[in-house]
Each structure stands twice: as C-alpha cells, then as structure tokens.
Design a protein around this ligand. Sequence first.
Ligand code: NAP
Length: 332
Amino acid sequence: MNKSINLKNRPSGKPILEDFKFEDIETPEAAEGQLLLKTLYVSVDPYLRGRMRDEKSYIPPFKVGEPLESMVVAEVTESKNENFKKGDFVSGMLKWKKIQISDGKGLNKIDRNLAPLSAYLGVLGLTGITAYLGLEKIGKLKEGEHLLVSGAAGAVGSVVGQIGKIKSCKVTGIAGTDEKIETLKEKYGFDSGINYKKTGNIKSAIAEACALGVDVYFDNVGGEILDAAMASMNKYGRVINCGAISIYNAEEQPTGPRLETVLIKKSISMQGFTVRDYAEDFPDAIKQLAQWLKEGKLKYEETVVEGFEKIPQAFLDLFEGKNKGKMVVKVN
Ligand code: NAP
C-alpha cells in the first residue's frame, strides 16, 4: 500500500505530530517520459518549518491537505524516460510518499560506490554544499583566522568547522550538549566548544573561547546566540546568516539589540543567503567535498531514524537537538 504524509494544519509555535496526516494513496503508474520511484531516504530539515507558514518566501509554502516534500534519495523501479533506467539511484526534491512518479526534471543520479546513499542528503547534499559555499562565497575565510560556528554539531555546522580546520583556522563551535562538544573536539578537530545550554553567560563564554576575537561567524541559529557573537566580532569580520532555528517557531519575531553601530564601528559585513543562490557552483562544491571525504579530511555523522511513519517525529526532533550530524529517515 502506498502512503503519503500531508500537512494537516499550519502549526502555531512548535509543530506537533497532529499537524501531519498519513494517507493511504493509490500506487501510480509511470506514463511515457516518466519514472516510478521508491523512496529510500528522506531528509528532514529545519527550513521546512518556514514552508509550513502561509507566507511568501524564496520557496512556496506547503498547501494544507497536500503532501510535504524535501530532499529524498529514491530508487528508479521502472523507467519510461530515456535519461534514467531501472535500478538507478537519484536524489531530488520529492514528495513524502513511499512511491511516486516523476518526469525526471531536477533529479540527479547518484553513485552509491562513491558514498553511501544517505550521504547525498548530508555531507554530499545540500547541507554540505551550504557549509562549503557559505564559507567560500561570504565568509572568505583566510588561514589563521578565528571561525565561530553555531549549530556546530549539526549537518551544516559540523562541515563548516571542519572546513575551517582544513583552511588552518582556529575553530570554536557552539552546540547544545556536552557529548556534542566532545565530538566537535575529538572527531572533528575543533579547538574549543561551548555548550550554550549550560553556559550562564553566552557572551562571555564566546569572548573567553575567542580571546583574540572572531573573524568569521557562521550563524545557524540566530536569536540570542547571534546577539552574543556580535560582541566578539573583529574589525572587518564577516557574519554569515545561514539559518535561525532558534526563532523558526516564534509566533512573533523577537527583536534584538540594534546592530548598526556595531557593524559601522568594526566595518563588519553581515550577509544572508540561501544555498540555491549559488546553484551554478554546486558541481564544484560536491567535487571538493567528495575529494576531502576521500582523503579522510572530512568526517561526517548521521542520525538515521528508521521507518516512513517516523518522518514527522524526526523533523520535530531537530528542534530538540536530538540529532548529531545530518538527520535522515531510512524508509526501506
Ligand atoms: P542541524 O544543525 O543538523 O539540526 C538542527 C540543530 O539546531 C539541532 O540539532 C540543535 O542542536 C540546534 N537547535 C535547535 N533548536 C535550537 C535553539 N533554539 N537554539 C540553538 N540551537 C538550536 O540542521 P541543519 O540542516 O544543519 O541546518 C542548520 C541551520 O542552517 C538551520 O537554521 C537551517 O535552517 C540552516 N540552513 C540554511 C541553508 C541555506 O541555504 N541558508 C541551507 C541548509 C540549512 P543543539 O543540540 O546544538 O541545540
């Protein structure tokens, strides 16, 4: 039996399981030019929360009563499209359905001999690419600089910090458990880490860990941690606004301190981005990430949750910090 996961309600504040609805649906048949896909791995990502709001954004909102979608790794089980054959593995933006059809547009063939299939949703997928291109295009990280990254033990953050080490920088990571901080230092080679849930004063903890100041801050969480990091920025510092998970569930956007004088006095630049701004650079980014993986310079972790019915819970768990590295759901 085929199944889909639909948006039942637009959440208010933190999403809950009742905001999702499982539906039994027909198994489709591929017409000429189409392929039949079996979902293998589903990526759950913080930005999906934004798509649950009825708001204009860089990507259209989900519709109530219709299936959600995210990046998915799937197997081609039947093909009537000359560009794909049965047995191919692909990744792309696909529906939360066990089985679906596609016309092949926007799908990329992936090679399971180069890396495990799930890696194409993380280190070799959009989160790895986000880390690489955010640092490359906006951070303009130079050898010897001090890089600070929040959400450091997550999918994007753990890659950001390791690239910092590859580029011979000093790296400090901020994350939410002692175990995560240990991983940052032991597994990924970060120089220091801050558990923001245990630190009474995040501003002084950052100042202490980055005694000579922060040259590049890669921000994955926004909110109070961003406010605190701004106080330690060096002259000509660069702030990369990648994500703001700490305020994604806020019903009213919290206001923070005014930043204009901080930016002016220290000539700091602060730039947001969505990774698709740099779509033409994806092939180069993947090539570099794959090379570092092969050389053992880049390590990665995944939290793999098993079962199609666990997709909504895995998504909710991102907001509780239950993942280390990329959160993915294994469907088959
Ligand atoms: P992730 O870091 O793997 O998972 C989310 C992590 O956020 C959790 O593990 C949790 O870790 C932390 N977190 C949750 N609530 C928090 C809070 N209130 N304050 C501080 N930290 C909190 O997710 P990801 O996929 O790598 O994404 C990281 C960020 O990058 C997200 O904000 C996402 O929206 C953004 N992003 C942006 C782009 C882009 O194109 N700009 C692309 C991909 C991702 P702790 O245990 O440390 O709290």
